[in-house]
Design a protein around this ligand. Sequence first.
Ligand SMILES: Nc1ncnc2c1ncn2[C@@H]1O[C@H](COP(=O)(O)OP(=O)(O)OP(=O)(O)O)[C@@H](O)[C@H]1O
Length: 566
Amino acid sequence: MRIQADQVFFRYDKLPVLTDISLDIREGTLTVLCGVTGSGKSTLLRLLSGLAQPASGTIAFDGGQPPAGKVSMVFQQPETQLFAGSVHKELEYGLAERGVPGPQRLELIRSALARVGLPYDEFGRRSPFLLSGGEKRRLCIAAAIASAPGLLVLDEPTAGLDPQAAEALLEMLRGLRRSGLTLVVGTHELDSFLPMADKVIVMSQGAVYYDGPALALSADPLLLTGAGLAPPAYIRLGHSLRECGLLAELPDSLDSLLAELEKQPVAAPAAELLPAAPVEQSPGRSPGRSNRLQPAEGDAVSHSSGPVDTETAPAQKLWQRLDPRVKWLGMVLGTLVVLGMDALLPLLLAAGLIAGLMLSARIPWRRTVRFFRPFLLMFLFLWLLSSLSWSSPDYTLGPVGVSAAGMARGGLNVLRFLLLIALGFLFTETTTGAPLREGLEWGIAPLRKLGVRTRNWSLAVSVTLQFVPWILGKLAQLQLALDSRGRKARGLARYSPRQAALLIVPLLILVIGMGDELATAVESRGYDPAKERTPSYRLSWQNRDTLALLFILLAAALLWTVSRFS
Ligand SMILES: Nc1ncnc2c1ncn2[C@@H]1O[C@H](COP(=O)(O)OP(=O)(O)OP(=O)(O)O)[C@@H](O)[C@H]1O
């Protein structure tokens, strides 16, 4: 499959991440996408696999839209992509979603597993969660190639693998390329991937810095160092040896360098010919003779100035500067007032007020939608459940009775819970970890006199509050992994009970793993709840905090009054 990107721009909320990307990737080739961390590789890979859409510009697959099921992606961190009860089911999911009839599936699953070196008879019934890191990676690739895609996109396929597993994976990718599959690989592993690349795209600050054959990078390492990347060892070594007169040609891989050196008996070089400084260099700084690898002034290679200013907006800054004690007080008072409301008017007033506050905090709407989406379906379900009535239904639909009073009561409860969640969301979105914790410790400090370990409480609350965005992030990753396997469900259907069932086990495994890591981290840092600690954030009450407190008290009094008289 041929992929052509034309003047593609992409942004996350308001943050521009990719600028003016134009590419032409030929069918049956292996393209390596590299760049320093944060240069936009993963984002570009998602666009190339059709999982995200450009803000402007076009990406054509064989001249048109991506054909259904013909583009597959394997993400970083394979453990976030596995969700089924067995290796067989893991592969079957994508085939079923792509409409492959049942009787044909087993053969395709066997063949895909064989291609990645996981024999079906040995692995088919095993749990994906209990495989080794390398096996999980292979399984993800098998799941991606089972439906015979025309394009396979891989993000950091060898990260975290030992050299043997990495070499086996590279061999597997060579085999896939030989079979005519178009491959695009995002990687930092230039030593391994450059020698096998037909084309290399070097990214820098969200723009294409170099796009061309890998061989040109051997000849001119500036094309890599200029983007902050260290050239592979064989390129650096090749240059040093050639300058010493020990090598005629620049090598295009470690193997060709070794072969060249083996061919000619190497005479011991005269001392003055030896490199004056170690060849080792870090990105952006080249000691000794390697200075020639630094980008020269007026370097012909052009690159964009990268993402624009990302400064926090003044309104956001004000919210962040507010003393966390005001925010804690606001949240506690708001929670009490909302819990005390049992009529629609005050609840709607409170909803309007919280929506206004969220707007003033400039929380990106996409982030808000992403946060509330999982709750909405759950609350809708609870609402419907609370409106069911068998004893005194107002309406009947076959065997199901619905009570108007139950519906009204359920609706009010759902609204109340949504408001409480919105208050928590507003609070955590505008308060970072340290102020949040210091504010809470201040609030519960009097309990210390009663012998309560308040530090444990505040740590638990702040970790829990910070855990929520982490869980939502993992949920989004899992959703993306399901999409990459050809899932058809879109919109709210992605939260149906069937889809939710797919997510629950992997999410639980991730949460338990994270909890375990967190506990180990807290322990390894010598956390002792009995000891005094140095505050990580100094609380300081300003005039703006007094004004904010007055506003909170006024709003609470108003809402309370309205709720008493409605
Ligand atoms: N979901 C997101 N929301 C907001 N910003 C994001 C999101 N994902 C990535 N970014 C930002 O976009 C930029 C590019 O990120 P991306 O993950 O594409 O980089 P990368 O080159 O793949 O990095 P790495 O090598 O570390 O994986 C970074 O500045 C990152 O902070």
